[in-house]
Design a protein around this ligand. Structure first.
Ligand code: MRU
Length: 373
């Protein structure tokens, strides 16, 4: 995977963000076409874009978390499928479909909890299947998959803005809002989900202050959310994850909002490890706990959260801190990357089509039936 230091770049940026999380680079001269990704492992210290010229490179960037966040994974997955088609040596559309099935499986297995990845891969495969049935050629299918990836990319930003508009209404004026992990422009194609709601509330003139949970072990809060809020001039204070209960007990949190990686049909929600503990604490202190996620994060094929696969990551991410070993050599450790918050702890799920409220089975279903504006 090629890397490029882009700290000097002045290229076109998406309207919602001072930086691009993902960018499509067309082929030019010697340079092959590629998906460019802002390397999130290096933030906030270095702004470096990595170039992924094939789907295997996209898969590696997803596994190592150079790109992360459920909606951003969906967009990366769609570009990965486009690259798989465009780099394919398939002689026939049928051969291409078989290659895409393998590429899709490979990409999906990199992060099994975030359903947006599977959602985007399925959309690409369905489109390729339809076009093959219509007798389109391999290069035509490759072009169509790139168009689809670009469409998913652009749609995600619009969806986040709509979610922000709905969500800003429920953020309390003058409140202290607690959030977890990173759900901003970096976790999406731009603007963000839960952080997008916070941003929309701030843009609407609500005087809010954000408690940012550091989010062990990957420190998405400390490294990424703090960085984004700083650029947006939204007042925030960084805390370690174990400080949340104390702050709630002292009346210093009025609202909790997080993103989601997969939402079951009954509203049970998988999100970054530590989210469940926050929801339990919020309920104990009578603080509203909200989720913000696009409908592509909802998995209607599973009735409840017990069906959500929880990604287990390398324990080295727990025994080390910022790459430095903190536990003794040979220490036993565990690293479930997500947990499931039961829907009974959730006050509302903010989506691009409105806010679902309990009972979630019916309210989520109703949102899927709402006509697009
Ligand atoms: O492991 P990560 O960093 O990909 O986890 C991200 C989260 O848990 C986010 O809250 C979720 O993907 C929603 S992002 C808008």
């Amino acid at each position: 995977m090629a890397t490029q230091d882009l700290s000097f770049r002045t290229g076109a940026q998406v309207e919602s963000s001072p930086f691009n999380t993902l960018e499509w680079r067309p082929a030019s001269g010697e340079q092959p076409e590629a998906l460019l990704l802002l390397d999130q492992l290096l933030l906030p210290h270095k702004i470096v874009m990595i170039a992924c010229p094939d789907y295997q490179a996209v898969g590696r960037a997803i596994s190592t978390m150079q790109v992360r966040g459920a909606p951003a994974l969906g967009v990366a997955g769609a570009y990965g499928m486009a690259l798989a088609a465009r780099k394919s040596g398939a002689a026939t559309p049928q051969e291409l479909l078989a290659e895409l099935a393998l590429a899709g499986k490979h990409l999906f297995e990199t992060r099994p909890t975030a359903v947006n990845l599977g959602w985007a891969i399925n959309r690409s495969q369905q489109l390729a299947g339809r076009l093959a049935a219509e007798g389109r050629s391999v290069p035509e299918i490759g072009d169509a998959l790139l168009d689809l990836a670009q469409q998913i990319h652009a749609e995600d930003i619009k969806i986040n803005r709509r979610m922000g508009a709905f969500g800003a209404e429920v953020v309390p004026e003058g409140g202290n809002v607690l959030t977890h992990c990173n759900t901003g422009s970096l976790a999406t194609a731009g603007f963000g989900t839960a952080l997008g709601v916070i941003r929309a509330a701030h843009e609407a003139g609500k005087k809010i202050h954000v408690w940012v949970g550091e989010t062990r072990p990957y420190l998405q809060g400390a490294r990424l959310t703090a960085w984004e809020l700083q650029q947006l001039n939204i007042p925030y204070t960084l805390i370690t994850d174990n400080m949340a209960g104390h702050l709630m007990q002292r009346g210093r949190v009025q609202f909790v909002i997080t993103g989601a990686d997969r939402i079951a049909a009954n509203g049970d929600t998988a999100n970054k490890i530590g989210t469940y503990s926050l929801a339990v604490l919020a309920q104990a202190h009578n603080i509203p706990f909200y989720i913000a996620a696009p409908l592509s994060t909802v998995d209607l094929t599973i009735p409840d959260g017990s069906y959500i696969p929880i990604e287990e990551r390398n324990v080295a991410e727990v025994t080390t801190f910022g790459g430095v070993r903190i536990a003794p050599e040979g220490a036993h450790a565990l690293h479930p990357a997500f947990d499931v918050t039961p829907s009974r702890l959730i006050a509302g799920i903010i989506t691009e089509r409105g806010i679902a409220r309990p009972p979630f089975e019916s309210s989520i279903k109703a949102l899927f039936e709402v006509e697009e504006a």
